[in-house]
Design a protein around this ligand. Structure first.
Ligand code: ZN
Ligand code: ZN
Length: 362
């Protein structure tokens, strides 16, 4: 969606194919990132009730002031459990067909809805309607992601400046998080990954008390939130001179990453981008070592649609922001991953991540 105005986003959502074909009288939004997208509300507890005639946000007294500042339509304050107030509104207004977010509703909430509404009401599950709108970012959203990406890269550079041999993985992770905050981030977008030596073979390694020695692979995967938007970057370095095997794995992963970036353009299916990376790694004999997808969308959440994976059918279009992050992981030896964030443009894509990605030997 090309605009940021909540009213226009809601209008686009209600007029869209998902809600149109479901013929609902109301749509109950329970996913917090979706609520933020449609209302501007950034608190941790709310329900949004949308109809063609009006929008209402329900939240609790902790957010009374904040919600009225952020939300451009009526806000109603209930108890900590806001569902009863939303239900009351549904019944009072006779909204007989209520759409709910299939992937964002707890079983408990579904039970309460079922048990509180009489037989004339129906609950209609809707698949990822807001998530689909969120895939295409507005200019302002792209600017926010760019800001987040640049802050993240700045923090990476500053933290490495303070790196000393013998530092523990956990200490370097803390330094990365600290520098990100200092550089303007609201906080980490996920738990920072710092892995040294053979532990780089774990794609989602958690930092440990292990010391980072003077020889070996070092993988850092970090992301920040800034102005609500995520960034995500992975770099793999080698401390000391890299052995031949490391160099050849690194070269293959970098070639796979560049090849996937080259494949990003409007009209292409997400699965084709994944295929471009996979093909290079297969040819290098690293097919089975590439154990995850090539990338993912990012925005208000660190992982969003579209998934850039094997067979993914989402057609890329201008304004989508995705990561490209192939990797190869060899048990008991180590792994390499290189991750950038790119925005799909009219003709291809633009790489937002400014950090260089040649193999750094320290
Ligand atoms: Zn990452
Ligand atoms: Zn990622």
């Amino acid at each position: 969606v090309s605009h940021n105005d909540p009213a226009l986003r809601i209008e686009t959502l209600l007029a869209g194919p998902a809600l149109g074909s479901a013929q609902v009288d109301a749509f109950l939004v329970t996913g917090l990132p979706n609520i933020r997208y449609l209302s501007g509300f950034t608190g941790s507890n709310a329900i949004l009730l949308l109809t063609r005639a009006s929008s209402t946000l329900f939240t609790d007294p902790r957010y009374q002031i904040q919600a009225r500042q952020q939300v451009p339509f009526p806000v109603r304050i209930g108890k900590r459990d806001v569902l009863p107030l939303a239900l009351e509104s549904i019944r009072k207004r006779g909204l007989k067909r209520v759409g709910v977010e299939r992937n964002r509703l707890t079983f408990e909430t579904w039970e309460v809805l079922r048990n509180s509404l009489s037989k004339e009401y129906s609950i209609v599950p809707i698949d990822a309607a807001v998530e689909k709108l969120r895939m295409v970012k507005s200019e302002d959203e792209i600017a926010a992601i760019r800001g987040s990406v640049e802050t993240n890269s700045r923090a990476f550079r500053r933290a490495l400046r303070g790196f000393r041999h013998g530092m523990r993985e956990r200490e370097l992770a803390a330094e990365l998080d600290y520098q990100a905050r200092r550089a303007g981030a609201e906080g980490p977008a996920f738990e920072t990954i710092v892995a040294f030596g053979a532990r780089t073979a774990l794609p989602h390694a958690r930092p440990t008390d292990d010391k980072i020695r003077d020889k070996g692979l070092l993988l850092i995967d970090m992301g920040s939130f800034q102005d609500g938007y995520a960034s995500d970057m992975t770099r793999t370095l080698h401390l000391g001179n890299a052995p031949k095997r490391v160099k050849s794995i690194y070269r293959a992963v970098l070639e796979a990453q560049l090849s996937a970036i080259d494949a990003v353009r409007p009209g292409v299916e997400a699965g084709d981008v994944d295929h471009a990376a996979r093909k290079v790694l297969k040819a290098a004999g690293l097919g089975p070592s590439f154990v995850h997808s090539t990338g993912h969308g990012l925005g208000l959440e660190i992982h969003e649609s579209p998934r850039i994976g094997l067979g993914a059918e989402t057609v890329l279009s201008p304004g989508m922001v995705i990561t490209i992050e192939p990797g190869a992981y060899i048990p008991d030896f180590g792994g390499v991953r290189i991750e950038d964030t790119v925005v799909v443009t009219e003709k291809g894509c633009h790489i937002l991540t400014p950090t260089p990605k040649d193999l750094i030997e320290w």
